[in-house]
Design a protein around this ligand. Structure first.
Ligand code: ZN
Ligand code: ZN
Length: 324
């Protein structure tokens, strides 16, 4: 497994956002990632991990291992299990999950206890805020960033393929504990892409909708669900984001950034973003809104994490060979 360097994508194929959304935007996968990062908490805080032995979660662990987001080794105590922990690639999703947690605490079930956010200099920690890496100014709103489709394309190249058939029915939403509202939006790859496309301006979402193929089967239901959740609203003939939907900007921007950091299309990025006020290419960074510290400190991937917290029986990991 290559964990440390970006994965090259084939020319003319699906781009980095397609891969990132396809891999991460799945409710069970988000639950596994959340638990993996909590188990490897940088300050050594003990988090209770839900048992991950059922087939649906075991298959997701194996998939994240196959994609280099988790490493695994035989469980120290139990012969028939693997112990998993995040690699550098997996760890670098921590800011995305912290941003999702911040969204959940404002729009969903409240702040999880204990929070995934790590402690910065101030306590209690301030709101995680998105800033521009070039000028360090807050760019928490999508209005402050101009994004256009990059050289590795939009349209079908940005749309994740159909999800792999993972063994076992997805566990009920109540199992996702930490951000039940967010997984209703980001826990489905195509819903997440539709919300992402809505940030690109009027008409874009409709274009992506066409790329999803049969609209009645795929996108109409999702658009209706997103409207019921208060994420999108209909304005004349096009869909626009509500305030609640716009508040997903930091999380989605961090996910796009993660995808473009770890998956490289030969043509270049999938999305080009410029910070309007400083004019520099926009690269997002999450900081504590009060002290400027890092609310998503990465855990060391070589020591300190509790290897026994995440385990799945060996027999489930044959699913690791599954297609994307
Ligand atoms: Zn800037
Ligand atoms: Zn702080």
């Amino acid at each position: 497994m290559i964990h440390g360097s970006p994965t090259p994508l084939p020319a003319g194929g699906r781009n980095a956002t397609s891969v990132a959304f396809g891999l991460v935007c799945d409710s069970g996968t988000l639950s596994v990632l959340d638990q993996a990062l909590r188990a490897a908490h940088p300050q050594g805080a003990r988090h209770e991990a839900a048992p991950l032995a059922d087939a649906a979660l075991g298959a997701r662990l194996a998939r994240l291992w196959a994609h280099g987001l988790l490493s695994r080794q035989p469980h120290p105590d139990e012969r028939l299990r693997y112990a998993y922990r995040p690699t550098r690639r997996g760890e670098s999703l921590r800011p995305f999950l912290v941003a999702l947690e911040a969204w959940e605490s404002r729009w969903g079930a409240g702040r999880p206890d204990p929070p995934l956010t790590s402690f910065c200099a101030c306590r209690p920690c301030g709101e995680p805020t998105l800033v521009c890496r070039a000028c360090e100014q807050s760019t928490a709103s999508s209005h402050e960033v101009r994004s256009v489709i990059g050289p590795s394309g939009g349209g079908w190249r940005s749309i994740p393929p159909p999800p792999p058939r993972l063994r076992g029915a997805p566990p009920p939403l109540t199992r996702y504990g930490h951000f039940p509202e967010a997984v209703k939006v980001i826990g489905d790859r195509w819903s997440a892409v539709l919300v992402g496309a809505a940030f690109l301006g009027p008409g874009r979402l409709e274009q992506f909708q066409q790329c999803l193929g049969n609209p009645s089967a795929l996108s109409t239901d999702r658009l209706r669900a997103l409207r019921a959740l208060g994420i999108l609203e209909r304005e004349g003939s096009s869909w626009t984001l509500t305030v609640k939907g716009r508040a997903l900007f930091p999380a989605l921007m961090l996910l796009v950034d993660w995808g473009q950091r770890w998956y490289e299309a030969p043509e270049g990025p999938a999305l080009l973003s410029v910070h309007r006020s400083c004019g520099q290419p926009f690269a997002p960074r999450l900081v504590c809104g009060t002290c400027g510290g890092n609310p998503a400190q990465q855990a060391s991937t070589t020591e300190g994490s509790d290897l026994s917290a995440l385990a799945a029986p060996h027999r489930l990991t044959a699913a690791g060979a599954m297609r994307n």
